[in-house]
Design a protein around this ligand. Structure first.
Ligand code: E4P
Length: 219
């Protein structure tokens, strides 16, 4: 399973990269706004900065347009920033049309805002490279985000679809573990959720004991 970080914050991306476990980055308009990145030129430059930090990993850059022509123009501009840019397209009718066009023209895509297996089938038929089911937002309305990942995973493997399931809207370390169990190809997470995987009290207790024993024996 690939690990993406879900942020537009350059320091957090560097920190994940330094761990040696980073396979890519996802962003969205809210994450860009949170970092205060506004205006087309600044947004484009910020994507380039992210790509330079990530190196060979994929970086999802989301279109703002909601009509077919607008998405194509925007997607072409985003894809030209760096070979690792993946154009993120919303799960709407024109979005599916745009994903089909990008697929036919060799531009990779990430279909975002996915909340059902039916949407997942449509995106795979259109040739999306990645599919982003939002598990945290499904949990937020007291449905089960993980059931959605399992269902899509079952359908994709049974039908031989090549679209990769990118578990998004991850809120905690358990979401990461459960996504791996449910067959997600990629998980995109906030830095805190990734670092949360490190935590285990027995590790802390065990390390403290090893160091104390070493100190006792060696003075
Ligand atoms: C990433 O691709 C998604 O846009 C992101 O994971 C959404 O996360 P949120 O539901 O925490 O906003």
């Amino acid at each position: 399973m690939k690990f993406f970080i879900d942020t537009a914050n350059l320091n957090q991306i560097r920190e994940a990269k330094d761990l040696g476990i980073l396979d890519g980055v996802t962003t969205n308009p809210s994450l860009m706004a949170k970092e205060g990145i506004t205006g087309t030129e600044n947004v484009m430059k910020h994507y380039k900065d992210i790509c330079d930090i990530v190196g060979s990993g994929d970086v999802s850059a989301e279109v703002i347009s909601t009509d077919f022509e607008g998405m194509i123009e925007e997607g072409k501009r985003l894809a030209a920033i760096d070979p690792n840019i993946v154009v993120k397209v919303p799960m709407i009718k024109d979005g599916i049309k745009a994903i089909s066009w990008f697929t036919a023209n060799g531009i990779r895509t990430n279909c975002t805002l996915v909340f059902s297996a039916g949407q997942a089938i449509l995106a795979a038929k259109a040739g999306a490279t990645y599919l982003s089911p939002f598990i945290g937002r499904v949990d937020d309305i007291s449905w089960d985000g993980m059931d959605l990942i399992s269902q899509i995973s079952h359908i994709y493997s049974m039908q031989g679809f090549e679209t990769q399931i990118l578990a998004a809207s991850v809120r905690n370390p358990l979401h990461i573990v459960k996504s791996a169990e449910a067959g997600a190809h990629v998980v995109t997470c906030p830095l805190d959720a990734i670092l949360g995987l490190l935590n285990h009290p027995l590790t802390d207790i065990g390390l403290a004991k090893f160091l104390a024993d070493h100190k006792k024996a060696n003075g």
